[in-house]
Design a protein around this ligand. Structure first.
Ligand code: ADP
Length: 480
């Protein structure tokens, strides 16, 4: 007590940009700690050392060795560091490609892999000795909190963040013994879920505080419609549950200084945006003209309303507009996209895959960004779009409600709302977007500049996290 030492936070995550990324969790796991460190905290991150990271040939520094209990007995793992990031090295991560799956199928030993990683995180906390707060994210690191509890480590405050409730880490009960956790945890008030193991529930039960990545999603997940079966438990822990809207990394996503786009631009000089649009059309083999362009980037899954967009594509072509799609995921969606591109090659640009450079090109070169999600914990792409002067077209769920003021709603608008995640509604909003684009340049430009002015940085969200950490630390100190 009474020292001026910075609060020490260890953030445990299964993906951290730029080392390994499949979605928004990786962005958060890198940008939030960076901002917390700027604000005077001492925050490090720990993640598995995937083969992809080994292939990067980074100058990794050996930090130490730990012994970790696994299904196969005690195994040794090495810890490496790179800046403020730590990596747990073990063949479970480095002897295969991909983070969680291969060719669309989850690895069957994911429970073992992330139980191992979670145990390793706890060993690291012991090794470091001076951690005040452990911050776990999604099911892959939820077990950290069960192991901390089980080990009787009670001086470390804990926060669990739900980035997506749709992935809970559900496994067959037969694997329970592999977790080396007390039998009584396999109970429906704890980690049991309809006869199976639910790893995320460990996070909800054992964390001192729980949050999700927007206030609206925090409320939504307490309802049957969005709760994925956990609404009851989430209502039961509502006293320790809050919502903090994500930010974006405004150094990486900055149209005024982005080396991945054709020409930089900013609110006072938007000339570059037209060049970016032309470069985008060229990159995606589309005819170069000044008609409206709709962009979409993301995992090709139902959550994102991709099926609605697919059904809307013929209408986009009929409206003389263009759409550029970047993503991968559900093979059926990938196939249909290819068919639609073949049917309208001058309206549909497509790249199946994960590609940072193309993502920047689409954010900068599109006029509108489509995100008709069925549910959206926070969503980063709509905020990136705003910053790039690309008008977000979004449904009204989760973080999309919290971050976008749409035309016709109270406040100064900078986005368009899709009434529901249905293709008809998507088509209607797209037609409205084309009309505004062609007939109301004044409104269009006002929306663009309002969007670009929004504060989408991590400054405020990091302050909110910092406050939670501080409260948890005080709580621990008082109960000592
Ligand atoms: P989610 O986490 O549900 O996938 P978010 O909108 O929160 O969605 O974050 C997605 C992040 O991943 C964004 O930074 C987005 O640009 C990026 N992303 C998703 N798919 C791709 C892709 N195919 N290529 C490049 N970046 C992608």
């Amino acid at each position: 007590m009474g020292t001026m030492d910075a609060m020490k936070v260890l953030l445990c995550s299964s993906e951290v940009a730029p080392y390994a990324k499949t979605g928004g969790l990786a962005d958060v796991s890198s940008a939030l700690p960076a901002e917390l460190n700027r604000q005077g905290l001492s925050c490090s991150v720990v993640m598995p050392l995937y083969r992809e990271i080994l292939n990067m040939k980074l100058p990794l520094k050996p930090v130490g060795e730990i012994a970790v209990l696994t299904g196969a007995g005690i195994t040794e793992a090495r810890i490496y560091s790179h800046g403020t990031s730590y990596f747990i090295a073990h063949p479970l991560f480095s002897d295969r490609t991909g983070l969680y799956s291969y060719a669309g199928h989850d690895y069957p030993d994911n429970l073992e892999r992330f139980a191992f990683f979670s145990r390793a995180c706890v060993e690291m906390i012991r090794l470091m000795g001076d951690i005040d707060i452990v911050h776990c994210n999604d099911w892959q690191t939820a077990l950290v909190l069960a192991y901390i509890k089980d080990a009787g480590i009670d001086h470390v405050g804990s926060l669990f963040t739900i980035h997506n409730l749709a992935y809970q880490g559900i496994f067959d009960a037969i694997l329970w013994s592999m977790l080396f956790l007390p039998h009584e945890y396999f109970h429906h008030d704890c980690m049991e879920f309809f006869g199976r193991i639910n790893v995320m529930k460990a996070g909800l039960v054992f964390a001192d505080a729980v949050n999700t990545v927007s206030p609206t999603y925090a409320a939504e997940i307490q309802t049957e419609e969005f709760g994925s079966g956990l609404e009851g438990m989430l209502r039961a822990i509502s006293d320790k549950l809050s919502g903090i809207t994500n930010g974006i990394d405004t150094d990486i996503w900055n149209p005024a200084r982005d080396s991945l786009i054709a020409r930089c631009y900013e609110p006072s000089d938007m000339g570059g945006k037209r060049e970016c649009k032309h470069a985008l059309l060229e990159k995606f083999s589309l005819p170069v003209d000044d008609g409206p362009v709709f962009g979409i980037i993301g995992r090709l899954v139902e959550q994102k309303g991709i099926d609605c967009v697919l059904d809307a594509i013929p209408s986009i072509a009929a409206l003389n507009a263009k759409i550029v799609v970047l993503g991968n995921g559900n093979p059926a969606f990938e196939r249909r996209l290819k068919e639609l591109q073949n049917a309208s090659p001058s309206s549909v640009g497509l790249h199946i895959g994960f590609d940072e450079t193309r993502a920047h090109a689409i954010e900068a070169g599109s006029d509108f960004f489509l995100m008709p999600s069925r549910f959206e914990p926070c969503g980063l792409n709509q905020m990136i779009s705003m910053r790039y002067g690309t008008i977000p077209i979004v449904t009204g769920v989760g973080g999309l409600r919290d971050t976008v003021v749409a035309l016709g709603e109270s406040g100064v608008p900078f986005g368009l709302r899709v009434a529901s995640p249905e293709s008809q509604a998507v088509v209607e909003t797209i037609s409205e977007a084309c009309r505004i684009y062609r007939e109301e340049p004044g409104l269009l430009n006002a929306m663009i500049s309002t969007g670009m002015e929004q504060d989408v940085s991590w400054t405020k969200p990091a302050q909110q996290y910092s406050l939670i950490y501080r409260n948890l630390k005080n709580l621990k100190e008082r109960s000592r």
